[in-house]
Each structure stands twice: as C-alpha cells, then as structure tokens.
Design a protein around this ligand. Structure first.
Ligand SMILES: C[S@@+](CC[C@H](N)C(=O)[O-])C[C@H]1O[C@@H](n2cnc3c(N)ncnc32)[C@H](O)[C@@H]1O
Length: 232
C-alpha cells in the first residue's frame, strides 16, 4: 500500500490540473461514475454525509445538487492544495451552503463515534496507506443501525478487456497525463495502484473482514470501476 507522505505530496503537485486530467483521461466517464454513486446514496436518505478523500470536491458538490439543502455534507481530505481547489470551486459556483470542507486523515478521522449517516469515498480508498484501518475508521464514525458506506473505486476489469486496459493505463495514460499535468510519475503511480487493488470479490471480503455487513458490489464500464455499498 502507498505511504501517506508521498501520496499527500503527489496530490499536492497535481491538484491544479486534477479535474481537467480526470475529464480527459476518463473520456468524461468519471462524471457518470460519480452520478451512479450519488444515486445509490439518495436511496439511503442520509442527514449527514462524510465525503472522505474528497479531493477537489466533485462528489460533495454532486451530492449537494441532488439531496435536500438541509443535508449536511462534509468533504474531508488530508491534502491542503486539493481542499483549496474544492473551496475555490465552491466560491466560484456560489451557494452550496450545506457543503463544508475540512482537513482530516482517513487513518484517524477527526470526527466522533457514530456521527454521520453515510460515508462516501471515490477513488480514495486505493490511496490509503492502511486500508483496513481506514475502513475501521469509516465504520466507527457511522451511526447505527442505518449507517452506510459507499466506495467508488477502480477495480479489475473483465478478463477479455484487461490486456487493452492495462496497455492504456501503463503506456498511454502516463504520457498523456504528463502532457496535461506536467507530472507523468503521478499517473505511473495510478497504474501501479490500480494493478495492486483487489477485484470486486476481494474488496467485498475486506469490507466484511472490517466489520461491514450486507456488502453489495456493481461493476461499471467493463468492470474497470466498481461501486461497493455496505452497512455498519
Ligand atoms: C484520486 S483523489 C479522489 C478525489 C475525489 N474523491 C474524486 O472523486 O475525484 C484521492 C484523494 O485521496 C486523498 N487521500 C489519500 N489518502 C488520504 C488519507 N489518508 N486521508 C485523507 N485523504 C486522503 C488524496 O489527498 C486525494 O485528494
């Protein structure tokens, strides 16, 4: 698993170009993946949501657009430059009074036990230096018995699509990303962490091993991304 300091500095380096790179490198699919996450959260009717590893805040904003304005949404991340991007987007858009951004480490959340109804984490779990500890922290802050976790993350695609996908991820994507962000190494890291991340069944097992129940998983876009949901 990656170490926290290098993850933090790497995201600080790419923060300014992060959104543009996401749009271009995913061919716009990242917006659709986040909308699927938001649709799943809507069904749970939460009053307070923690969007962990919020980055530039896209999930927090997407949640705010679909949920009633009295729902409190906390976007949390340990990388200051990413949070600054999120704050700048909030200022430019105006509104989003129910969305706040706070610094915080997923390995030791600055939140009380049983203090939120839902935790969302999009493309963040893969970057946590200690995944079991991060999952236990998310479970700790969820209210019982209705608390839910929603994990949107890269996964292992279907076998027939895998060779083409890894060719794109390991050869083409770092070059393109190097041009867009000026930081090819950050996107070589992306390919490496995706290759090392568990497949859908593996992540289901990790969620169960760390205390979650009722785990469900759905694949998207040939299985390159998955949405896992689970209860406390
Ligand atoms: C790939 S970005 C995802 C951002 C956003 N959720 C999205 O959907 O675009 C991963 C984020 O995880 C954050 N992160 C990684 N490890 C973290 C930790 N231990 N605590 C808090 N944030 C962390 C990084 O700073 C980065 O902003």
């Amino acid at each position: 698993m990656p170490d926290s300091t290098s993850v933090n500095t790497m995201f600080a380096r790419i923060a300014r170009h992060y959104d543009l790179a996401n749009r271009l490198l995913s061919g716009g699919a990242d917006g659709w993946w986040r909308r699927r996450l938001v649709a799943a959260v809507l069904d749970a009717h939460p009053r307070t949501i923690l969007d962990l590893a919020t980055g530039s805040g896209d999930v927090a904003f997407a949640l705010a657009r679909r949920l009633p304005p009295e729902v409190e949404i906390i976007g949390m991340d340990f990388c200051r430059p990413m949070l600054e991007e999120a704050e700048a987007k909030k200022r430019r858009a105006g509104g989003y009074a129910n969305v706040s951004f706070r610094p915080g480490d997923g390995l030791g959340l600055p939140l009380g036990d049983a203090s939120v109804d839902a935790v969302t984490i999009a493309f963040g779990l893969r970057n946590m230096a200690d995944r079991p500890r991060a999952l236990r922290e998310m479970r700790r802050v969820l209210r019982r018995p209705h608390g839910r976790i929603f994990v949107l993350e890269f996964s292992q695609p279907s076998r027939c699509f895998r060779p083409l996908y890894y060719l794109y991820l390991r050869r083409l994507l770092p070059r393109l990303a190097g041009i867009i962000t000026g930081d090819r190494a950050a996107y070589e890291y992306l390919g490496q962490t995706i290759g090392e991340f568990p497949d859908r069944a593996g992540l289901c097992a990790e969620l169960c091993a760390n205390g979650f129940s009722g785990v469900k998983a759905a694949g998207m876009t040939f299985g390159i991304v998955s949405l896992h949901t689970a209860a406390v």
